[in-house]
Write a protein that binds this ligand. Structure first.
Ligand code: FAD
Length: 418
C-alpha cells in the first residue's frame, strides 16, 4: 500500500502485506481445492503479489486490463486460448484473490470479462464475435453490460429500449443507466425489445460497439472512484446480424441464463472483499497494542473477529460447493440433458449465495473498521477501498429485494405442491 501520510507503524504494515493475507486465506480454503486448483491459485497469488506494487490507487483501473489479459485473468468462467483450466469455481477463486489485491479492478474486469464477455462464449460463433471475445479477454478492449434503465431497474424485463428489425440487422433506440465501465467501454452487451409490450417473446441481445454510434456520460459514484459507471445512449445505432447473440425472444432467455454465472462471479468478489478486510483486521489487532498488550487479547476485540471468521469461512465453503455443482451439472453438461429442476435450483442457489455474501461482505467491512479503529478509515490499509466497493455489492446483479423475491416465490411454489 502506498499512503500519503503514515499513521500505521511500519512493522505492522509489513505484516499486513498481501502475501500474508493470502497465507491466512489459504489456511482456510486449501482443503476445498484439488491439486490443479491449488496450482492455479498459487500462480494467481504469485501474479498478484508481484503486480500489486505497480498499482497506483490514484489511477483508473483500466490501465491494468492488458496485464490481467495476458495471464488469462479477465475471466476464468470459460476456457480461452491456453487458459483451459476454467469454470465457475476457477472464476470464483479469481474474484476472491483479485478482490484482495484491488477490489475496484476486480469489479471492472468482472463487468468486462463476465457480464459482457460470457455471451460471446455461450451465444457467439461468428468471426465478428470471436474477434470481440479475443479483444475483451486479452484486456485490449473494455466491455460492459447495458441492461438497467432509468425507469426499469429491478423490473428490467419490461424495458423501454426499442429494437427495430431491418433487413440485415437491428436498430437500437433507448437509454441505459448504471453501466459499469460504460464511459470507457468499446463493447456493450445490449438489450431492447421489438415489441415492448411483449418482452419475453421479442427481447434481442446483441454485442454493440461504441463505433456503431453509442454515446456515454459518466455518473459520479464516489465509493468506486477508479471505475467509470455511466449512462448509455443507443442513439438509433444499427447493429449487423453477425453481432446478434440472441434473436427476438432468445435475448430474454439469454438474459436470464446469464444471470446465474454473473451472480456467482459477483459472489467471488464479495468473498474477496470480506477476506481482504477481515484478515487485515485480524493481523492488525494481533499487533496493535493498547493498555500494554495486543488489543486481540481483549475479548471485545477477539470474539467478534472470531464470529466473523466463522460466518465468512462457512459462506466460502458453501459458495465454492455451489460453483462446483454449477460446473458439473450445467457448464459441462449438454444443454438438452439439463433437467428443468437443475436450472431452477441453480437460479435459486446463485441468488441466495449472492445475497448472503454481498451482505456479509459489507457487514464484515463495517464491523472490522469499528474493531480496528481510526487507522482503518485512512488510506494506510486496504480496508477503506474494500469497504467502498462492499457498499455496492448488494445492489449490483440484482438488489436485495429481488433476491429475496426469488426465494419467496420458490417457497410459495413448494407449498402449493404439497
Ligand atoms: C454501482 C452500480 C453498478 C451497476 N452496474 C450495472 C451494469 O453494469 N449494468 C446494468 O445494466 N446495471 C447495473 N447496475 C444496476 C443494478 O443492477 C440496479 O441498480 C438494480 O438492479 C436495482 O435497480 P434500481 O437501482 O433501479 O432499484 P429499483 O428497482 O428501483 O429498486 C429499489 C428498491 O426496491 C426494491 N424492490 C424493487 N422491486 C421489488 C420487488 N418486487 N420486491 C421487493 N423489493 C423490490 C429493490 O430491492 C430496491 O431495494 C448497477 C448499479 C449500481 C448501483
Amino acid at each position: 500500500m502506498t499512503s500519503k501520510v503514515k499513521v500505521l507503524k511500519d512493522d505492522i504494515a509489513a505484516k499486513m502485506a498481501l502475501a500474508n493475507l493470502y497465507k491466512l486465506l489459504n489456511a482456510q480454503i486449501d482443503l476445498l481445492l484439488n491439486e490443479k486448483e491449488l496450482k492455479y491459485v498459487q500462480e494467481l497469488q504469485k501474479f498478484c503479489i508481484e503486480y500489486e506494487p505497480k498499482i497506483d490507487m490514484a489511477q483508473d483501473v483500466y490501465v491494468h486490463f492488458p496485464a490481467l489479459g495476458s495471464h488469462g485473468y479477465i475471466q476464468r468462467l470459460n476456457p480461452w486460448k491456453d487458459f483451459t483450466d476454467a469454470g465457475c469455481k476457477h472464476e470464483m477463486l479469481l474474484g476472491i484473490n483479485l478482490a484482495m489485491m484491488d477490489p475496484e479492478l476486480d469489479l471492472a474486469r468482472l463487468a468486462s470479462g463476465i457480464l459482457c464477455g460470457n455471451p460471446t462464449f455461450q451465444h457467439g460463433g461468428t468471426p465478428e464475435l470471436d474477434k470481440v471475445q479475443d479483444e475483451l479477454m486479452s484486456g485490449k478492449k473494455v466491455g460492459c453490460i447495458a441492461m438497467t434503465e432509468l425507469n426499469h431497474g429491478s423490473d428490467t424485463v419490461n424495458m423501454e429500449a426499442h429494437v427495430t428489425k431491418l433487413d440485415d440487422g437491428y436498430k437500437f433506440d433507448g437509454t441505459k443507466v448504471f453501466t459499469t465501465n460504460g464511459p470507457k467501454a468499446d463493447y456493450f452487451i445490449g438489450y431492447g425489445c421489438v415489441d415492448n409490450a411483449q418482452p419475453r417473446q421479442t427481447m434481442v441481445q446483441a454485442m454493440l460497439s461504441r463505433d456503431m454510434g453509442i454515446t456515454t456520460e459518466r455518473l459520479t459514484i464516489p465509493v468506486v472512484p477508479r471505475v467509470h459507471i455511466g449512462k448509455t445512449h443507443y442513439n438509433g445505432l444499427v447493429c449487423p446480424k453477425s453481432m446478434v447473440t440472441g434473436e427476438p425472444g432468445i435475448g430474454y432467455t439469454n438474459l436470464f441464463d446469464g444471470l446465474v454465472p454473473e451472480r456467482l462471479a459477483i459472489v467471488g468478489s464479495s468473498l474477496g472483499i470480506a477476506w481482504n478486510v477481515l484478515l487485515s483486521g485480524i493481523i492488525y489487532c494481533s499487533l496493535r497494542e493498547q493498555f500494554g498488550k495486543p488489543i486481540m487479547s481483549f475479548q471485545a476485540v477477539s470474539f467478534p473477529l472470531a464470529e466473523m471468521l466463522i460466518r465468512l469461512s462457512s459462506a466460502t465453503i458453501s459458495a465454492l460447493r455451489i460453483a462446483e455443482i454449477y460446473d458439473e451439472r450445467i457448464l459441462r453438461a449438454h444443454r438438452k440433458d439439463i433437467p428443468e429442476a437443475t436450472w431452477k435450483a441453480s437460479a435459486q442457489w446463485s441468488s441466495q449465495i449472492k445475497q448472503l455474501c454481498a451482505k456479509i461482505s459489507h457487514e464484515i467491512c463495517y464491523e472490522t473498521q469499528q474493531i480496528m479503529g481510526g487507522v482503518s478509515v485512512t488510506d494506510n490499509t486496504r480496508v477503506t477501498q474494500a469497504t467502498g466497493v462492499s457498499q455496492i455489492q448488494e445492489v449490483i446483479g440484482g438488489s436485495r429485494g429481488v433476491q429475496t423475491l426469488i426465494l419467496a416465490g420458490n417457497i410459495a411454489k413448494l407449498i402449493k405442491s404439497l
